[in-house]
Every structure is written in C-alpha cells, then in structure tokens.
Ligand binder design. Structure first.
Ligand SMILES: *[C@@H]1O[C@H](CO)[C@@H](O)[C@H](O)[C@H]1NC(C)=O
Ligand SMILES: *[C@@H]1O[C@H](CO)[C@@H](O)[C@H](O)[C@H]1NC(C)=O
Ligand SMILES: *[C@@H]1O[C@H](CO)[C@@H](O)[C@H](O)[C@H]1NC(C)=O
Ligand SMILES: *[C@@H]1O[C@H](CO)[C@@H](O)[C@H](O)[C@H]1NC(C)=O
Length: 455
C-alpha cells in the first residue's frame, strides 16, 4: 500500500503542477479567446519576433528583426510550454522576416531586404555556419519583408515574395522590375538575381503571407493592399480596398493555368464595401475595381477580364502577415497584424479560414465572412499601442500553433480547449499535447488501485 500511496501522491503532484502552469502576464488586457480554444503567453522580451519555424528536433527558430535568428528548445505539455535558454543561431542585424528550414534539419534559409541566405544548420546544437547568398538584388525602401516558402510537394522550389517600393508603385506594371511579385527559385543554386526566378504571380502589392496546402500542393498568398486610395477623386480608403487571398495553383503542375498571372496591382483592387465606391455599377465585394484618376469606371471591365481576381477578400487594413495550413488542409490560420489607415482599429487577431475537400476555401469570393477570429485583442481601442500584433505562425510537432507578436516581443501558443492539439494530424511525440489527459488517467487508475487494495 505504501508504494501505491507514494505513487498516487507523485501522480497527484504532477497533476497539480500541470494545472498550475506558471503563466506570463502581458502589459495589455488579456486576449479574448474563442470557445473551444486555449491561448497562453509563453515568451516575452524578444526583439520584434517575426517569422517562426520548428526544426526536426522540435526546436523553435525565430527571426528577431534587427538581431538575427534565435533558437529555443521547447518543453512541457498541453499549453503549458516552457522555452529553454535562448541561443543565437545567426547573428545578422539585416535579417527581418523570412525563415525556412528543411525537413532534415540540415539547411536553414533567412532573408533580409536585399538577400536570401542559406546556412548549414545543425539542429542538435542549434547552430549554423557557412552562410551563402542564394538570391540577391531585392533592395528597396518600402515594403521590406521577403517571405520564404520552401515547397514540401515539389523538390528544390523556394518561393520568395517581394512587395513594391511604394504604397502605389506604378513601376510594378513592368514584370521585369521584379517588384510586387512571387518568384520561384532552385535553392541549391547561389547568387541568383531575383529577376532570374520564375514568376509565379505578379501584380501583388505585398503578398506577405505565402503557404502551400499539404493536401494538394496549392499555393496561396495573402496580399496587403494599398492605403489612402481614391477613386475618381473621392477618398474611399476607410473600407476599401480589401485585403486579398490569392490562389496560384500547384508548383508541381506543369500546366498550371495560374503560373505567371497578373493579380491587378497597381491598377486593380479588390472591392470590400461597394456602397462607398463611386460609380460602382454592378461591382460586387470580391471583384476588382480600377483607381485610375480618369475613367476608372470604364477600366473596371479591364480589371474583371484581364486580371486575376482574389479567391477571398478580408476587411481592409487588417494586414494578413502569415498563413499556415493544418496537416489535412482543412483550416488555414492567418495572423492579422492590424490597421493604422482607418478610424477604428481592425485585425489584431489570429483567425481561421475553412477549406473544403476540393482544396479551396468553403466561402465564396464575394463573402465578407471568410475569417473566424480565434485569439483577438479584447480592447482594440488601445491598438496598436496597448495590444499584441500577430506576425509569424508555426506548428510544433505536437500540433500546437505558435504566434509571434512583433510589437510586444512576445510568443503565444494556441491549442484546443483542454490542452489538446490544435492540429491533431501532426504526429504527437513523447511530450504529447494530451499528456495532461494522460496524467488524469493515471490519477484515476492509481486511485482505483489504492481503492481496490483497501477492499
Ligand atoms: C538584377 O536584375 C535587375 C533587372 O534584371 C538589374 O537591374 C539589377 O542590376 C540586377 N542586380 C544584380 C545585383 O545583378
Ligand atoms: C459600407 O458603407 C456604408 C456606407 O458608408 C456603411 O453604412 C456600412 O456600414 C459599410 N459596411 C461595411 C461592412 O464596411
Ligand atoms: C473616357 O472614356 C471615354 C469612353 O471610353 C472616352 O471617350 C474618353 O476619351 C475617356 N477619357 C479619358 C480622359 O481617358
Ligand atoms: C480600452 O482601451 C482604451 C484606450 O486604451 C481605454 O480608454 C478604455 O478604457 C478601454 N476600455 C475598457 C473596457 O477597458
């Protein structure tokens, strides 16, 4: 009985520890979390954390803007995550957003305004060496992130996103300028000029979020649209243009009908609130309209017929920064960094978009309800000053989703209520997301054991 009692006490203690997870406290009002989810603040004190990935050993790698790439080991179950001591993997103050790591954990990629770098990486030591510039010639003064997407469906394809060099950059009408586009590169090659890549899509003002659907390999991008826009002399920027989710087809499809398509910028913009667009005619939410100073209306036809429209639209100025699919391609999670160019702040949340079995969103392109918020700022009146600002997203191998907040230097973990994996298709390893349930089960069986002995 004695050993069983000791065992019971030990288990109960573990249970109590799991229940009393030490939590960090934010300086702003606690986030509001949708029913069925749990979010916990797990790191503070980082320098503008942006892109985020996990390596093959389960370590977290994060770009701290102006610092480089930092790594943390991760421990703990359910949402009770503890980060190990910070380790510098790359010290390079030019790195500002993009990051990728190969599935074998041997190669790391990171981007600055001008360059994509490749490093030899050792995930057992969380160390890198031998940086090589693989893509160059991207320098500009505005829209500075260069998001990286390493395809998991096609071998040796790295998609690099580059924005324009101004809010409304008219030079982007020339594809050879290499601005406002997505290009595909072979990451095993070195010193490639950005304009030497294959154009996946262009006319994309600033497609910061880029993701590949693991179900079918479809590539999606989230476009951050223009500020302060006018049409026919009227200022319509409050509720237009929409942010856009654009579809680019599959990288392994040699007949991809969307390869090299133009998505409209800087001539055409997605409509959100057509009742505030002068001479809107038959224009609907989700269709593109022209903003040329004269005769904008007649050019709406051009936007409709000659430019690729968005697959979904989001509320203007929400600023979608990162996109991550779950393993089955059923949910696409998006960070909304939040607005500055409208009276009431919007965005400032992590939201989810439902995808169907056909690899497409379940909502129509004219919908204004494509996003469902999961973790939001509870008082957006205080934004951006007194709010977290979601930037990067990444999955750990236990199906937990992590979110960086650059403005506050923080990282959150998001799971399902009860500490369960948000993505249950990801293989759980030893520190399973459900280990708190396991502790619970052990308590029950240990108590049953003692009870049986007493009988
Ligand atoms: C890259 O290509 C562009 C246009 O093709 C050219 O203007 C630029 O000088 C090139 N940059 C480098 C670093 O070679
Ligand atoms: C659209 O604009 C009208 C007119 O300004 C306004 O009343 C309405 O609230 C707006 N709706 C949205 C969803 O922006
Ligand atoms: C506006 O469109 C009309 C009809 O297509 C055309 O006659 C006119 O010249 C255009 N005006 C300008 C300023 O482009
Ligand atoms: C929300 O934030 C604003 C600005 O920081 C503040 O004035 C207001 O009192 C807050 N509202 C609530 C309900 O806390």
């Amino acid at each position: 009985m004695f050993t069983e009692l000791i065992f019971t006490l030990a288990v109960l203690q573990a249970w109590a520890l799991a229940e009393s997870c030490p939590s960090l406290t934010a300086s702003y009002p606690a986030p509001s979390v949708a029913n069925g989810y749990e979010a916990r603040l797990v790191a503070q004190g980082l320098t503008k954390p942006r892109g985020l990935v996990f390596d093959n050993k389960g370590n977290m790698l994060v770009v701290e803007r102006g610092v480089g790439v930092s790594a943390f080991s991760i421990s703990g179950s359910s949402s009770c995550v503890t980060l190990g001591e910070k380790k510098s993997v790359v010290g390079d103050s030019t790195l500002n957003h993009g990051i990728e790591v190969t599935d074998d954990g041997k190669t790391l990629y990171a981007s600055s305004v001008d360059t994509v770098f490749k490093y030899e990486y050792d995930s057992t030591k969380m160390a890198s060496k031998n940086p090589k510039a693989i893509i160059t010639g991207m320098k500009s003064d505005d829209l500075l992130t260069r998001t990286l997407l390493l395809s998991r469906k096609s071998k040796n394809k790295l998609v690099v996103s580059r924005g324009g060099d101004d809010n409304i950059d008219l030079s982007t009408v020339d594809v050879n300028n290499g601005l406002s586009q997505l290009r595909i590169f072979d990451p095993t090659k070195e010193s490639q000029n950005y304009t030497a890549g294959t154009t996946l899509g262009w006319g994309l003002r600033n497609a910061v979020g880029v993701a590949e659907n693991p179900k079918d390999g479809g590539v999606w991008s989230a476009e951050n649209n223009a500020d302060n826009i006018k049409r026919d002399g009227f200022n319509i920027h409050e509720n237009n243009p929409a942010e856009e989710l654009n579809y680019h087809g599959k990288l392994d499809d040699s007949n991809n009908p969307l390869l090299g398509k133009n998505y409209g910028y800087p001539l055409c913009y997605g409509a959100w609130n057509v009742s505030e667009i002068p001479s809107a005619g038959t224009l609907q939410t989700g269709q593109q309209f022209a903003i040329a100073e004269a005769n904008a209306t007649t050019q709406d036809e051009f936007c409709k017929d000659d430019r690729q429209g968005p697959r979904l639209v989001f509320q203007p100025h929400t600023s979608p920064l990162d996109l991550k699919f779950d393993g089955k391609g059923e949910n696409l999670y998006v960070t909304l960094h939040g607005s500055w160019n409208r009276d009431d702040p919007v965005g400032y949340s992590v939201s989810v978009i439902k995808f169907g079995a056909d690899g497409q969103p379940t909502e129509s392109s004219t919908s204004r309800n494509a996003l469902t918020p999961i973790v939001s700022n509870s008082n957006t009146t205080g934004c951006p000053g007194n709010c977290f600002r979601p930037a990067g997203l990444a999955w750990d191998r236990n199906g937990r989703l992590y979110m960086t907040s650059d403005s506050t230097g923080e990282i959150y973990v998001i799971v399902k209520a009860g500490g369960k994996a948000l993505d249950d298709s990801r293989p759980a390893v030893s520190v399973a997301a459900s280990s708190r349930d396991m502790v619970g089960a052990l308590v029950v069986s240990a108590v049953a054991c003692v009870f049986a002995w007493l009988l």
